[in-house]
Write a protein that binds this ligand. Structure first.
Ligand SMILES: [Zn+2]
Length: 361
């Protein structure tokens, strides 16, 4: 199958979270397809909490690689029409066109010409990757010196950094009273508001704050505030959800220290739950980045570098892995009319295949 046709075919599977049948269908399709390309490839399936991942590799039971291609086949929800891919004005339009089924199609078809590579496909990137990449790295002992992960921001930007995140739920403990007599109670919603204002003001004084996608600075955002039952009642409990994003200079420990420092000033507030995502950083001087740059220069592609505000599965790979992330021209990721430029997509396929060839079998 031509790569563009394959990309369209992959987009048709409605692989959104919990749509288990579609994940089964797409993997069935991929397995049959790969064996048509090359009967000698091994396909290993892994499962964690119903999330399936697949490793396509020329050597059975291989777990240590120099080059591992990686991608996710899940997509974020979309109206039905986005699962019927269209070609319009030189663009392939559909859910997953940019993020990242076109790239998956390129990586699958790369086995037509190469067998220096292995490919890991997972199905839970959009919901955090805990049962996909994280599980495979931690529980299946898979490792690679270089991971080629064509995810992230399109437009030929090699990703050098992704921020880490800290998602926190803070709870306030107050005392309820009648809304007409607030002096008899202790308003938990007020406690939350005061706490957040303090949190934000200290955060803004402590760190350089992000003002655009790729300045590599830090950010804080109040995601949800919840509390109270009725207008005329002082709430006893309230909670807020806060999204912190931080660079590798701050790190997890820096974030934890910061949060504790502010909590110490607010004894009525407790950190109830939190989840954490590591930062990702790859050195510009890495030989795996240089190799890719050489190919991009040869192909006269106007490429650049990028620091990303968001996170991806790249964060689950160990710190000494060089994760190489690049995508060609495309847009509207996670939005309506997600697209990828078809000409650039062809160029990208050439780049990917050349890149694979620079690795020994
Ligand atoms: Zn993605």
């Amino acid at each position: 199958m031509k790569t563009l046709e394959l990309a369209k075919k992959l987009i048709e599977f409605k692989t959104i979270n919990n749509n288990n049948r579609e994940f089964k269908n797409i993997y069935k399709f991929i397995k049959t397809y790969i064996h048509k390309i090359n009967k000698n490839l091994y396909i290993e399936a892994f499962e964690s909490n119903k999330y399936e991942s697949v490793l396509i590799t020329p050597i059975k039971d291989k777990r240590k690689f120099e080059l591992l291609l990686a991608g996710h086949i899940d997509v974020v929800p979309a109206p039905d029409k986005l699962f019927k891919p269209k070609i319009k004005a030189g663009k392939l339009i559909g859910r997953g066109a940019a993020d990242m089924k076109s790239a998956v199609a390129i990586m699958l078809n790369s086995f037509k010409n190469n067998d220096n590579q292995s490919l890991l496909l997972t199905s839970d990137e959009e919901i955090g990757g805990a049962n996909g990449v994280k599980y495979i790295i931690e529980k299946q002992n898979l490792s690679s010196k270089c991971v080629f992960l064509p995810d992230g921001k399109p437009n030929w930007k090699i990703v050098l950094e992704e921020k880490g995140f800290y998602h926190c739920k803070f709870e306030a403990f107050g005392k309820s009273s009648h809304g007409a007599r607030p002096w008899l109670g202790k308003n938990a919603a007020d406690l939350c508001i005061n706490f957040y204002q303090d949190l934000k003001s200290i955060f803004n004084k402590s760190y350089p704050i992000s003002e655009c996608e790729d300045d590599g600075n830090n950010s804080i955002s109040l995601g949800k505030i919840d509390g109270g039952e009725a207008t005329n009642q002082v709430p006893k409990n309230a909670e807020i959800l806060v999204d912190f994003r931080f660079n590798s200079k701050v790190g997890k420990e820096g974030m934890e220290k910061f949060i504790q420092k502010v909590l110490d000033k607010h004894p009525s507030i407790k950190l109830k739950t939190s989840s954490f995502g590591e930062t990702m950083k790859v050195n510009k001087t890495s030989k795996y980045i240089k190799r890719l740059e050489n190919i991009l220069k040869e192909e006269k592609i106007d490429y650049g570098f990028q620091k990303e505000a968001g996170a991806s599965d790249a964060r689950h790979f160990p710190k000494d892995t060089d994760v190489v992330m690049l995508l060609p021209t495309g847009g509207n990721t996670h939005e309506d009319n997600e697209w990828i430029d078809i000409k650039e997509f062809d160029k990208f396929e050439k780049v990917v295949n050349q890149y694979i060839k620079t690795f020994c079998a």
